[in-house]
Design a protein. Structure first.
Length: 270
C-alpha cells in the first residue's frame, strides 16, 4: 500500500477499500477503529426511511413540515428556501446532495432517532451509527458526536447497497441516486476530477456515489467507485484533536487513497 496513514502526527485513520465483487482488499488501515464521522451517519437515516417504504408503512410522497427548532444553517440548502413543507423524497434528496442539517433533523423526527439506531444495530453495524440530531451549540448532556463509524462497517454498507442485499431494487437505486448527487468531492473522490454538480453515471469511465462528513477535527468519506468492469467500496476516516492543524495533510492523504483506487481500477493518472 502506497498510502502512509501513519505519517501525520496526532491524526487517527480508519481506512479500507475492497473490490465489491471479489472481496479483494486494495488497502486497509485499522478498519475496525471507531471514529467520529460527523455527517456520514446520515446514511443510516436514509436507509431506515427506504426500509419503511419497502415495508409499505411509509411513502416518499408523504409530506414533512420543518419545525422552527429543526432549522440549522451551514451544511445544507433548505435553510435558504422559503418552502417549509417538502415530500420525504425531497427531504432525503437534500440530505444526500448537500448533507442538509435541517432536513436531517426533520427526517430524524419523522422516522425516529431511536428507530434509526435500532435499525442500524439490527443490520449488524455494531460500531457505527447516527448518534443524535444536528445541534449547535451542543447542550449539556447531548451526545458529543453526530455519528461514529468504522471503515469496516461503512465498506460493508456500501457493498451491501451495491449488491442490493438489504433494500428492494427501486429503493437501492433511489439511495444510490441520492448519494450520487453528493456535491462534496474534496476528499477521496477528489482523485477522480469529476464535476461536483453532475457526476452520477459514467464520466470518463468513472461512476461514483459517496457520503462525506466534515467538522473542524474530522474528515470522512465513504462510497462506491465504478468503472465498466469493476466496483470498489471504500471508506477513509480521519480524526484529530482540537488545536492540531491537520486539515491539509489529511486531505492530501485522502486524495492519495483515491489515487490508489484509481490506479487499481486501471484508470490513467489524473
Amino acid at each position: 500500500m502506497s498510502v502512509d496513514f501513519e505519517s501525520l502526527d496526532g491524526v487517527r485513520f480508519s481506512a479500507l477499500a475492497v473490490d465489491v465483487d471479489s472481496g479483494a482488499e486494495l488497502f486497509s488501515h485499522q478498519p475496525g477503529l471507531a471514529l467520529d464521522t460527523a455527517s456520514v451517519g446520515k446514511i443510516f437515516l436514509l436507509h431506515r426511511l427506504l426500509t419503511e417504504v419497502d415495508a409499505g408503512t411509509r411513502s416518499l410522497e408523504d409530506r414533512a413540515i420543518r419545525r422552527p427548532v429543526e432549522w440549522m444553517d451551514n451544511s445544507g440548502l433548505w435553510y435558504l428556501l422559503q418552502q417549509d413543507s417538502l415530500s420525504l423524497y425531497d427531504v432525503a434528496a437534500l440530505i444526500g446532495a448537500v448533507s442538509d442539517n435541517a432536513a436531517t433533523n426533520t427526517l430524524a423526527r419523522v422516522v425516529g432517532l431511536d428507530t434509526v439506531q435500532q435499525h442500524t444495530k439490527a443490520l449488524g453495524y455494531l460500531d457505527s451509527g447516527l448518534d443524535d440530531v444536528v445541534r449547535w451549540p451542543l447542550p449539556p448532556g447531548a451526545p458529543r458526536t453526530l455519528s461514529h463509524a468504522t471503515a469496516a462497517d461503512l465498506v460493508r454498507f456500501v457493498r451491501r447497497t451495491a449488491m442490493g442485499e438489504d433494500l428492494s431494487a427501486s429503493s437501492t437505486d433511489t439511495l444510490q441516486r441520492w448519494l450520487g448527487a453528493g456535491m462534496d468531492l474534496s476528499m477521496v473522490a477528489s482523485a477522480f476530477n469529476l464535476d461536483p454538480l453532475a457526476h452520477y453515471y459514467f464520466d470518463r469511465d468513472v461512476w461514483l456515489w459517496n457520503k462525506t462528513g466534515t467538522i473542524s477535527t474530522v474528515r470522512a468519506d465513504m462510497g462506491l467507485v465504478m468503472t465498466p468492469t469493476r466496483r470498489v467500496a471504500y471508506a477513509v476516516l480521519a480524526e484529530w484533536e482540537r488545536g492540531v492543524d491537520a486539515r491539509d495533510g489529511v486531505l492530501a492523504l485522502m486524495r492519495a487513497a483515491g489515487e490508489e483506487i484509481r490506479s487499481e481500477l486501471g484508470l490513467a493518472s489524473a
